[in-house]
Ligand binder design. Structure first.
Ligand code: PMP
Length: 331
């Protein structure tokens, strides 16, 4: 039997996530599409990895000391990861989040013992934006560090050192393409850089939601956003430090409707309850698989659990309010 050995440290439970061949997406693409089950992390999202690497890095640099505080601005998942890692290591956590994020994420952060600061959603150039608010709070709080997930490259290092080698090992070195969406860009850039260390020929593609500027940037050098998306945690308007030098070979733009179609399929036909960024990633992986051809093997990220979105993505009224199609079984 292939099992992980027992461990004495709960932080060892971060990463080492399963990889699953997705039947419907593979059929649609005409090749093998795999999903990396990041919802299986202790904080139920891909961001546990970045949280662990950021805190370990701050300890190694000596900026985070015993009894210290970790402050971060986040769409939610990074906050959940940071709060859990901080608890396990004896630190406090202060999390700044836009009030537009899901109710479940807010309740979860409070339940984990993080101090939650909600701010109105604002453009990045506005000083009230959650990222700037968190930086100021970190400066004003004694013994605090600012995790700074967008521009702290300990974030992408997590994926260079853990996610990419896991994918390579799980697929016995036979992988032709990888794609995912970008929030901070840590997953896309880190997995891309890590996989290219194994094989330069692996095609790394961005899957961008509508309303983000990276698709245009990688297609024609112009940082320009078009349309909008309700997906949480993805959609970037600038080149973060994590995205700098990312080895991007191709790019796809995916609508919320297309992502929702895969969310519905994966739940009702493959038994996986996921968030919308996972559905958008799977749509991108299908597009990449079609392009790479029938013998290709493509991997993507199943970013977080759908249980985090019961009051939004899986709620009839919310879907109607956003003008999105309501899942058949919720009608
Ligand atoms: N999906 C979800 C649900 C997320 O919370 C995030 C993190 N913001 C991502 C995808 C994107 O990950 P990254 O920050 O590594 O680009």
């Amino acid at each position: 039997m292939n099992v992980l050995p027992a461990t004495t440290n709960t932080l060892d439970l971060i990463g080492h996530t399963p990889l699953v061949l997705l039947e419907g997406p593979s059929e649609a693409a005409g090749c093998e599409i795999y999903g990396k089950c990041e919802f299986a992390n202790p904080g139920a999202s891909v961001k546990d990895r970045a949280a662990l690497w950021i805190i370990n890095d701050a300890e190694a640099r000596g900026t985070l000391k015993p009894g210290g505080t970790v402050v971060e601005g986040t769409a939610g998942n990074t906050g959940i990861g940071l709060a859990l890692v901080a608890n396990a290591k004896g630190y406090k956590s202060i999390i700044v989040m836009p009030e537009t994020q899901s109710r479940e994420k807010m309740d979860t952060l409070r339940a984990l013992g993080a101090e939650l600061v909600l701010v109105p959603a604002a453009p990045y150039k506005n000083p009230g934006h959650f990222v700037h608010t968190s930086r100021r709070l970190a400066e004003e709080t004694e013994g605090a560090i600012w995790a700074n997930q967008f521009d702290n490259i300990a974030n992408r290092k997590a994926h260079i050192e853990s996610t990419a080698p896991e994918l390579w090992a799980q697929l016995d070195g036979r992988i032709d393409g990888f794609t995912c969406a970008a929030g901070t860009g840590g997953t896309l850039a880190g997995v891309g850089m890590g996989l290219k260390e194994f094989n330069q020929d692996i095609c790394i593609a961005l899957t961008d939601p509508h309303g983000a500027a990276l698709y245009n940037y990688f297609a024609n050098g112009e940082l320009k956003a078009e349309g909008s998306s309700v997906a949480e945690g993805i959609g970037q308007g600038r080149i973060t430090a994590n995205l700098e030098g990312a080895p991007i070979d191709d790019q796809f733009r995916i609508s919320d409707e297309e992502g929702l179609k895969w969310v519905a399929h994966l739940l009702r036909e493959e038994g996986l309850c996921l968030g919308l960024s996972s559905g958008i990633n799977v749509a991108g992986a299908v597009a990449l698989g079609k392009k790479l051809g029938p013998n290709a093997r493509v991997a993507t990220i199943l970013c977080d659990t759908g249980f985090r979105y019961l009051s939004s993505l899986y709620n009839r009224e919310w879907l109607q309010e956003k003008g999105l199609p309501v899942f058949d079984w919720l009608k």
